[in-house]
Write a protein of this length. Structure first.
Length: 391
């Protein structure tokens, strides 16, 4: 039986949850129907836009931009302070409801999750029927809406859920890729961040279709193994499993609460590098290789976000992990001060997978291998903090 995966994403979660709660408390104004945002300090008008309404989007207000900039675009913008305790409550209630349709849930952030629906698809006339029922049940139960993407793998399901919003169900099966995905700008592909998009555009790769039809060796020559990964994604290739809570435990990870909030990408990545060194050291100790890695961020507001990706091949190499941890960080970080950072690996194996190497992924030299072994011995004797690598 072919896998059936749903990606479920709350439409403008923070704003929707605040709007629903305000209406419950007697408000006559629905924040979702007027130019409004969540975020910032109403008195000083500082801070960052955490969420925006669809009417606010018409004024080109974007999530992550300074509130001051948003107010310049539309001075009458309605601002609502965030209520993170409320958001976590709604998130928990949503996940509990979704588990009544399928217990195989992988929550990847406060407002989105993957659902493996393979074992339950025979109970419904079609995947579209099942997803529409889930979508409508969420709306009727809670008063907010979700988008659901449907496919045979996580990557395509996620891409589908980002199509037209809100309160929609979309499919993106392999046969639909040419018509629905290849026409999109390359920067809209998952795991293509700003840096990768800039590199691709210099190569005149402007759409996801352009990327899918590019010789993968050219991509590897410019972007190494990440080039092959995004080429696979552009062609709809992804066999990563839905990681349930039970399977998430079968991993190695570490996190740290920072002594002072990290406010720059460089500061955060120094911490992530150290975490990758520690995780790689533990993988070696247990004789394990990781096939998947995730990055976690907890903001100074105590909001948690995380994302994960499948690695091109299983590894216990710190530098390799760090590369993908940084890509995930760049996708996640909204510019707010960071209180905690975490790195977690999963999909562990004791056997390396066969890897087709390019000239740009040559084995380490004997000198590099000796240096790694020496560093590992020092960490064992004196602790993880004894050696720090530069970025």
């Amino acid at each position: 039986m072919e896998r059936l995966i749903f990606h479920i994403d709350v439409n403008s979660a923070y704003l929707s949850w605040s709007a629903v709660e305000n209406l419950k408390n007697g408000s006559t104004i629905d924040l979702r129907e007027i130019p409004s945002i969540i975020g910032g300090d109403m008195a000083s008008r500082h801070g960052i836009v955490l969420a925006k309404s669809i009417p606010a989007k018409a004024y080109k207000i974007t999530t992550g931009e300074p509130v001051a900039h948003a107010l310049q675009k539309y001075p009458h913008l309605v601002m609502e302070p965030p209520n993170h305790k409320l958001y976590h409550e709604y998130s928990h209630r949503l996940m509990e409801l979704l588990k009544t349709f399928s217990p195989a849930i992988e929550q990847v952030s406060i407002d989105e999750c993957y659902m493996d629906f393979t074992a339950f698809q025979d109970k419904y006339d079609s995947p579209l029927t099942a997803a529409t029922l889930i979508k409508d049940t969420v709306r009727d139960t809670f008063g907010f809406t979700v988008n659901i993407g449907i496919s045979c793998n996580k990557l395509l399901a996620k891409m589908a859920s980002d199509f037209q919003k809100p309160d929609k169900v979309h499919t993106l099966f392999p046969e639909e890729i040419p018509a629905k995905m290849w026409c999109l700008p390359v920067r809209e592909l998952f795991m293509v961040g700003k840096s990768a998009a800039a590199t691709l555009e210099k190569l005149e790769i402007l759409t996801i279709g352009d990327l899918a039809h590019t010789n993968v060796s050219i991509l590897e020559s410019h972007m190494k193994s990440h080039g092959r990964l995004i080429w696979e994604f552009a062609n709809g290739l992804d066999d990563s499993p839905v990681q349930t809570e039970e399977s998430e435990l079968k991993g190695v990870g570490n996190s740290t609460t920072l002594s002072s909030d990290a406010k720059t990408s460089a500061d955060a990545k120094k911490v992530l590098r150290a975490l990758c060194d520690q995780v790689a050291s533990r993988l070696k100790k247990y004789g394990q290789l990781a096939g998947m890695v995730s990055t976690e961020i907890k903001y100074a507001t105590f909001t948690n976000v995380s994302h994960q990706c499948q690695l091109p091949h299983a590894t216990d190499d710190a530098a390799f992990l760090f590369h993908y941890v940084c890509l995930l960080f760049d996708e996640l970080w909204n510019g707010e001060p960071i209180r905690l950072l975490g790195v977690r690996t999963s999909k562990l194996t004791t056997e390396p997978e066969p890897v087709q190497m390019s000239l740009f992924d040559l084995p380490k030299s004997q000198k590099e291998i000796k240096a790694d072994k020496a560093a590992e011995e020092l960490r064992k004797r004196f602790g993880d903090e004894i050696i720090k690598k530069g970025l």
